[in-house]
Write a protein that binds this ligand. Structure first.
Ligand code: NIG
Ligand code: FE
Length: 416
């Protein structure tokens, strides 16, 4: 058995004696920490932690590695519950088009956006997609992420959607990250089905879903429920079919317009509804009667210059807000959870405690991983990071844009 002891930790963040599934909005202002602490890992599991004043003597030094974290903090790894990390090619020409005045919707209407990414992906091999996605995954590991949800959605044909999901399955084997797969065949209507949207939805339901179930390619199902993409009625139909194949919904809603996507998500007991830049009072009321997690993506708002989600209103309604990156080539070409936390504090007025809760335990809950991830608790997977020497946990969101992470540990192993 391999043993790792981290000692002299200046502050151990998000400690739990009794592990919780999620933190509700009104409680998100509280963040439990332990100052001057130690933490012990055996193989891939957190087995003990406590105060340096009461550190037990070590009797068995065999296979014991000791890390001295003097002046440094230890956090549970970030849980990024919404990404589109498998894609082919970037879209900086659209970025420049937006600088020159076009909107995201205008670019999409002339065949750019998601359709542009689908065209690029169609000709890219599974191997090349694995390679480029692994580079992105390694990049987010070094930025502190320990669990990630990855969507398909840049395929938009039977072959290409299945290709992406098979890539994600490979990534699960290759990467030390904990990965959940989300099938987003309903990301946009492909060009070939412009005049026959029902035909494409039929393909999703009749041709893609059965293979996905047979090969065990996804845990979740997503739709982009939005004006010019998929209607609430179409979303309802797709989620109903997904449930028959064992897929739970985590869906895109209320990014540009509020058209009832939250209501459909809640009707289908969605694990999360994500984006929420445009919210009506009735949407918050609907969420209050559900277990669905509202997930906000502030780096998408930042990049597209669209409104930031109403984090304070959602928390005031006692909802368990989660934060995620939305890493994708169109609306958020960044997987940096540290920057997400900075934006949540600076632009959404979440406190550092609220933002850290949203990016750890609530992000884990939005991937149904809170039994194993999202906090420092005995028995949980040893996914954590050690910071550089910093003054306190608020320094992470405050000192935005810099990397304050020194060492990353995933499944009990130091990453490099
Ligand atoms: O979550 N909104 C839908 N999908 C992605 C963006 C897709 C793209 O522009 O490529 C998102 O922002
Ligand atoms: Fe997204």
């Amino acid at each position: 058995m391999k043993k790792l002891l981290i000692k002299n930790i200046k502050e151990l963040i998000q400690v739990e004696d009794v592990p919780r599934n999620r933190v509700l909005g009104l409680d998100m202002k509280n963040l439990a920490t332990l100052k001057n602490a130690w933490l012990a890992i055996e193989d891939n599991i957190i087995v003990a932690f406590g105060s340096m004043d009461e550190m037990p003597g070590i009797t068995d030094w065999t296979n014991l590695e000791v890390v001295d974290a003097e002046g440094k903090m230890v956090f549970p790894s970030w849980c990024d519950s919404h990404t589109h990390i498998v894609f082919a090619g970037t879209r900086e020409t659209e970025f420049v088009d937006r600088i020159n005045g076009l909107s995201y919707e205008e670019i999409a209407a002339r065949g750019g956006g998601i359709l542009n990414s689908a065209e690029k992906l169609a000709d890219t091999s599974e191997d090349d997609l694995v390679k480029s996605a692994m580079i992105r995954l390694n990049e987010i590991i070094l930025m502190g992420t320990g669990a990630v949800e990855i969507k398909s959605g840049y395929g938009l044909s039977i072959d290409a959607e299945l290709k992406i999901l098979r890539v994600i399955k490979k990534l699960k084997q290759l990467s030390p990250l904990t990965i959940k797969a989300n099938f987003l065949g309903a990301h946009a209507i492909p060009k070939a089905f412009k005049e026959n949207r029902t035909g494409y939805i039929d393909q999703i339901i009749n041709e893609m879903l059965p293979v996905i179930e047979k090969e065990g390619l996804a845990e979740y199902i997503d739709t982009f429920c939005e004006t010019n993409y998929f209607t609430p009625e179409e979303t309802d139909r797709i989620l109903t079919a997904g449930a028959k194949h064992g897929l739970k919904p985590k869906i895109h809603v209320n990014q540009f317009t509020a058209i009832g996507g939250i209501q459909v998500g809640v009707k289908h007991k969605a694990i999360s509804v994500d984006h929420l830049e445009v919210m009506r009072d009735e949407d918050i009321e609907t969420l209050k009667k559900s277990n669905t997690i509202p997930t906000l993506l502030p780096s998408c708002s930042f990049f597209l210059s669209i409104p930031f989600g109403p984090a304070k209103d959602l928390m005031a309604a006692n909802l368990p807000v989660a934060l995620a990156t939305d890493y994708n080539p169109g609306s958020t070409p960044s997987g940096n959870m540290n920057f997400v936390i900075s934006l949540a504090c600076i632009k959404m007025k979440m406190t550092p405690e609220q933002a850290i809760n949203a990016a750890t335990i609530n992000g884990a809950a939005a991937m149904e991983l809170s039994n194993t991830h999202g906090s420092i608790a005995i028995g949980k997977t040893a996914n954590l990071f050690i910071t550089k020497q910093i003054s306190g946990y608020s320094f992470i969101p405050y000192s935005f844009g810099a990397n304050h992470i020194d060492t990353v540990i995933l499944n009990g192993k130091v990453q490099s």
